[in-house]
Design a protein around this ligand. Structure first.
Ligand code: NAP
Length: 476
């Protein structure tokens, strides 16, 4: 007898690839609905869940990280399993997913970065903020990087919240960072940092800035640091004045910037210069290492859509520079077997349904959420409604999908397959052990946790603890 899809006897089997906020919110939305019985497997390339909450959110923003309690609750539901340390494309291919799951949701984020496309970008001392953020957060992909913080002048290109994070981490007193879960290697490097001047460079004006007000104000609250804004930069052109009108967020930002402009320079040891209407045009260097950054002045010009574009004028300046971080946005990378829009760095989709790039038609049973769906924008909470929209599309499609064969449609079948492919996969119970070990390593030092940085270390710490537990169990 054929068992009907979405019933207790034959739940809808859904794979979610990526266990960051958007993946968890997709799982949460699937659990919350009552129309269909579901059974969900959540995969991640890393042994650890939570994506950018663990590896992107700045270590001095622990409160934001407490959102993991919500994800913990979702993972505790018996209808959800976590498989960490599973790389899509090798440990789990597109074909495998289609063989074992009725529907799949890609929640892979945007792990790469955009380049400036200017000469000198490859000099030593020119880095992506993505790499720096990954490094100071202890993301295993960036464990082997080394940032030379022996110079005094640093530029951060871009005026979004990632630029704010990078400037803040470079500027904050080490005693403050030492109480966070920043990676130990970064803490050690920052302890000996000689950075004195941080130039945060916006190609457009204060009204067009992408940072949010709490992040902007936070810069001004760092001990021993002064934020310097040129009063001329906060005198707005008519287009910007019109754009600010009635917009509370922008008005707040401009107000904060004007307060900074009034403060002037007071001789504090570290300075953050917030500059506007300038674009780097060349990174200058000697012997392969950065020595200076050449900037061009911009004016704002409206284009047809109403967007105010930075348009270069013939005014240049060159500032001595030891490091340049580009914080000009993340970019998605292609997944093997899954459509990819190279220009936007996303998976082409309509309301979360993955589209075939050839025909433009939805690929039945394949969905996308989060940054892979809409591009690298929005805060963590933005992912909740975004994932809910995709889940609505997924549920609407249930009657028209082609269910997988019965022998593959069980949680046991998928688990057996994964175990055979990757015996050292990490379950949620394993992650909880790792979480406890990290937290207890931090406790003695008054830190929220001391992170494991390398995948091998994570996997062996879990194995050693399980071994210990089973030995103790056998002894009693
Ligand atoms: P973002 O908010 O998109 O900001 C990117 C910045 O780079 C913009 O100022 C943009 O200016 C600038 N830019 C782009 N191309 C440029 C170029 N060629 N030259 C100079 N400047 C250029 O991106 P993000 O900072 O990477 O942040 C990604 C998302 O994560 C955002 O939604 C952000 O709010 C969020 N986030 C939130 C937090 C938090 O809540 N604390 C922390 C980190 C990240 P234009 O406007 O001129 O393009």
């Amino acid at each position: 007898m054929e068992r009907r899809l979405g019933t207790v006897e034959r739940p809808l089997r859904v794979a979610i690839v990526g266990a960051g906020p958007s993946g968890f919110y997709a799982a949460g939305a699937l659990l919350e609905q009552n129309a269909v019985q579901v059974s969900i497997d959540l995969f991640d390339r890393l042994p650890t869940p939570f994506g950018l909450v663990r590896d992107g959110v700045a270590p001095d923003h622990q409160k934001i990280k407490s959102v993991t309690r919500v994800y913990d609750r979702i993972a505790s539901d018996p209808r959800v399993r976590f498989f960490g340390n599973i790389t899509f494309g090798t440990d789990l291919t597109h074909n495998d997913v289609r063989r074992y799951y009725d529907q799949v949701i890609y929640a892979v984020g945007a792990s790469s970065d955009r380049k400036l496309g200017i000469p000198g970008e490859d000099f030593l001392g020119s880095y992506s903020a993505t790499a720096f953020v990954g490094w100071y957060n202890g993301h295993p992909d960036y464990a082997d990087l080394d940032f030379d913080l022996s110079g005094e002048n640093v530029a951060v290109v871009g005026i979004g919240n990632v630029a704010m994070d990078v400037a803040r981490i470079l500027a904050k007193p080490i005693e403050v960072l030492a109480k966070t879960d920043i990676a130990d290697h970064a803490l050690e490097k920052l302890r000996h940092s000689r950075v004195k001047r941080i130039y945060v460079l916006g190609r457009r004006g204060p009204v067009q800035a992408a940072f949010t007000n709490p992040e902007l104000r936070e810069l001004g609250d760092i001990e021993g640091v002064e934020v310097i804004v040129d009063p001329a930069d906060v005198e707005l052109d008519p287009y910007s004045l019109a754009a600010m009108e009635g917009n509370r967020d922008i008005t707040k930002n401009v107000k904060t910037l004007r307060q900074y402009a009034l403060r002037g320079e007071n001789g504090l040891p570290r300075k953050i210069y917030l500059r506007f209407l300038v674009s780097p045009v060349e990174i200058l260097g000697e012997n392969g290492h950065i020595t200076a950054l050449k900037l061009r002045r911009n004016e704002l010009r409206p284009i047809e859509s109403g967007y105010l574009q930075a348009s270069g004028v013939d005014v240049y300046e060159t500032i001595d520079m030891d490091m340049v971080f580009r914080a000009v946005g993340y970019k998605g990378v292609p997944l093997p077997g899954v459509p990819h829009d190279a220009r936007r760095g996303t998976i082409p989709n309509k309301s979360g349904r993955v589209l075939d790039p050839e025909t433009g038609a939805p690929i039945v049973g394949e969905y996308v959420v989060g940054w892979a769906k809409r591009g690298p924008t929005g805060i963590i909470g933005t992912n909740k409604p975004d994932s809910a929209e995709t889940v609505r599309s997924l549920l609407e499609d249930v009657p028209s999908i082609n269910p997988v064969d019965d022998e593959c449609a069980t949680p046991q079948a998928a688990e057996a397959f994964i175990k055979a492919r990757r015996p050292d996969y990490v379950s949620y119970a394993d992650w909880r052990l790792l979480d406890q070990i990290e937290a207890s390593r931090g406790q003695a030092l008054g830190r929220p946790r001391v992170k494991f940085i390398r995948i091998e270390e994570m996997v062996s710490a879990i194995a050693a603890t399980k071994h210990e537990i089973s030995r103790n169990g056998a002894d009693t």
